[in-house]
Design a protein around this ligand. Structure first.
Ligand code: GLA
Length: 458
C-alpha cells in the first residue's frame, strides 16, 4: 500500500555478497559496524517523457540497479559520506548546516538534497549525525535516474537515522521537491517510482495527488535497456530547465488566449483541467493559439503584457535567463500527445488485445519521434541506437529519461531476444572501441523491480 512506510527487511548478510562487501568497506572506513542499510532503485520510463512536470501521468518501472547505503550514527552531528567508487570523493559536513552548491553537481550534493528535505520536514532540534558509505550500480548520467535514487536513498537514511516515520508517498514528494536544490526543475516521476515500485509490475504514476496504479505488462515480450554511451548530466547543462520554462510559457500563453487566469504558476496540465476538454481538443487549441516559429523574449512579453524584468524574475529560472528564442508550439504538441500515448499504453496493457505487443511498440516509436522532432531531447547516437534496435527485431524503441544522451528502452518479443541482443552488439557496440568496452553494463534485459527499503542484519 502506497500509504505505508517503506518496508524494513531482516536479511542474512552471508546470503548477500554486495551487502557483505559494503559492510566490510564501512568497517574499514569508520571502525564500527553499520546499524542499518537503505536501498533505493533506479528506473526506466516506458512511456511519458517530459510530461511529469507538466502535471501528466507517466509509466515507469523500477530496475534492479540501485543505490545502497550502509549507515551508522555519530554523536557529533556530523555528516560523513564515502562512496565505494574512488571517483566520488569523501565529504564531511555539519548536519545542522547543509550547503548545496547549484553551480557544481557533485555526487554528495544529491545525498544532501535528500537529507535536507527530510530535515526541513521534521526540523529536529538536534539532527542525527550520520556516517554512511554509498554503493551505486546505476550507470551515472544515463537516463536511469541514478541521481534521484541517491536523493531517495539519502531521504530514507535520514528518516531512519532520526527515528521518524513517513509514508512512501510523503517520502516521494519530499524527495522530488528537495532534489530541486541542485537546480534542475524535474517532475516527480523518478522519486515516486523509486519509493512506490513493486516487483513484477510497472506503474502508472499520477500527480496531485500522487498515486501509483499497477500496469501489467504483456507476457510475450521483454524490455531491453541499451545505453548510447553519450553521458548527459541534466544538472550540468540548461537543456532540461529550458524545456521546463518553454512549457511554463506555453501554458501561460494558452491560458491567456482562452481567457483563464494566467499570472499564477501554471502547468500545461492545469490548462486542460481548467478548460475541461480532452487532450485531442488541447492539441487543436495549440494549433489555434501558438505558432511553430520560435518566440523571442519581446514577443512573449508583448503577448502577456509583462516587462522583460518580470519575465526574468517570475518565469525564467536562474540558468535559463540567457535564452533568447523559445519553441512553444512544438513543446506543447509533444506534451499533450505524449500524455495521450501514456493513457493508451495503459489501456492496451489492461485490455491485453491480441495485437497488444505491436500496439505498445507503435506507441513507443511515436513517443521517440515526438521526443526527437518536437521536444528535441534526443541526440544522433540515441536516434542511431533506436534505429538499430528496431532493425534488430524490437517492436518499439525510444529514448528513456531526460534524453540528450543516456539510454533507450526497447520492447522485444521473447522469441527474438537472443538474436536482438546479438545484432545490437554487432551493429552498435562492437564497431566502436569505447562502446565495446562499456557493452556489458550498457545492454541488458530488465524486469519491474521493487521499491526502496531498509535492510537490518538478522
Ligand atoms: C528526468 C526528471 C523527471 C522527468 C524526466 C523526463 O528524469 O527527473 O522528472 O521529467 O527527466 O521524462
Amino acid at each position: 500500500m502506497a500509504s505505508n512506510p517503506p518496508p524494513k527487511l531482516q536479511i542474512h548478510l552471508s546470503e548477500n555478497d554486495r551487502l557483505q562487501n559494503l559492510k566490510e568497506i564501512f568497517i574499514s572506513k569508520f571502525e564500527e559496524t553499520p546499524m542499518f542499510y537503505a536501498r533505493a532503485p533506479g528506473r526506466v520510463n516506458l512511456i511519458g517523457e517530459h510530461i511529469d512536470y507538466c502535471g501528466y501521468a507517466v509509466l515507469p518501472m523500477a530496475i534492479e540497479q540501485d543505490i545502497l547505503a550502509a549507515v551508522s550514527l555519530n554523536k557529533t552531528q556530523t555528516i560523513q559520506l564515502a562512496n565505494t567508487k574512488p571517483l566520488y570523493k569523501d565529504f564531511t559536513g555539519s548536519a545542522g548546516d547543509i550547503q548545496i552548491d547549484k553551480s557544481k553537481p557533485l555526487w554528495h550534493y544529491y545525498f544532501l538534497c535528500g537529507l535536507k528535505g527530510i530535515q526541513e520536514h521534521f526540523n529536529p532540534s538536534t539532527p542525527a549525525g550520520i556516517d554512511c558509505v554509498v554503493d551505486g550500480t546505476i550507470p551515472a548520467s544515463s537516463g536511469l535516474s541514478s541521481s534521484s535514487a541517491l536523493v531517495c536513498c539519502a531521504g530514507l537514511v535520514t528518516l531512519e537515522a532520526n527515528k521518524k516515520n513517513l509514508s512512501k508517498v510523503e517520502l516521494a514528494e519530499i524527495c522530488a521537491r528537495s532534489e530541486r536544490y541542485i537546480g534542475t526543475e524535474g517532475g516527480g516521476m523518478d522519486q515516486s517510482i523509486s519509493f512506490l515500485a513493486e516487483q513484477g509490475t510497472a506503474k502508472l504514476i499520477e500527480f496531485s495527488p500522487l498515486r501509483a496504479t499497477d500496469v501489467k505488462l504483456p507476457d510475450g515480450a521483454v524490455f531491453v535497456i541499451a545505453n548510447c554511451c553519450v553521458e548527459m548530466n541534466k544538472a550540468a547543462t540548461s537543456h532540461f530547465n529550458i524545456r521546463v520554462v518553454e512549457c511554463r510559457i506555453a501554458a501561460k500563453l494558452l491560458s491567456k488566449a482562452k481567457g483563464l487566469e494566467w499570472s499564477r504558476p501554471l502547468k500545461l496540465g492545469d490548462v486542460q483541467t481548467e478548460l475541461g476538454v480532452s487532450l485531442e481538443e488541447m492539441l487543436r487549441t495549440v494549433d489555434e493559439v501558438l505558432h511553430p516559429e520560435t518566440y523571442s523574449k519581446e514577443e512573449i512579453c508583448q503577448c502577456l503584457g509583462i516587462t522583460p524584468e518580470q519575465l526574468g524574475s517570475t518565469i525564467l529560472s536562474e540558468n535559463t535567463k540567457h535564452v533568447t528564442q523559445f519553441k512553444l508550439y512544438q513543446r506543447a504538441k509533444h506534451v499533450y500527445s505524449e500524455a495521450a500515448r501514456v493513457l493508451q499504453f495503459k489501456d492496451i496493457c489492461d485490455q491485453a488485445p491480441a495485437r497488444a505487443i505491436q500496439q505498445l511498440g507503435e506507441l513507443m516509436k511515436q513517443s521517440h519521434v515526438s521526443c526527437r522532432d518536437l521536444y528535441e531531447c534526443s541526440c544522433l547516437e540515441l536516434d542511431q541506437l533506436v534505429a538499430t534496435c528496431l532493425e534488430s527485431g524490437a517492436v518499439g524503441s525510444r529514448l528513456t529519461g531526460a534524453g540528450w544522451g543516456g539510454c533507450t528502452v526497447s520492447m522485444v518479443p521473447n522469441d527474438k531476444l537472443d538474436s536482438f541482443l546479438q545484432s545490437v552488439r554487432d551493429s552498435y557496440y562492437k564497431p566502436d572501441a569505447r562502446r565495446a568496452a562499456m557493452e556489458k553494463q550498457s545492454l541488458f534485459v530488465t524486469k519491474p523491480g521493487r521499491g526502496a527499503c531498509i535492510f537490518l542484519e538478522a
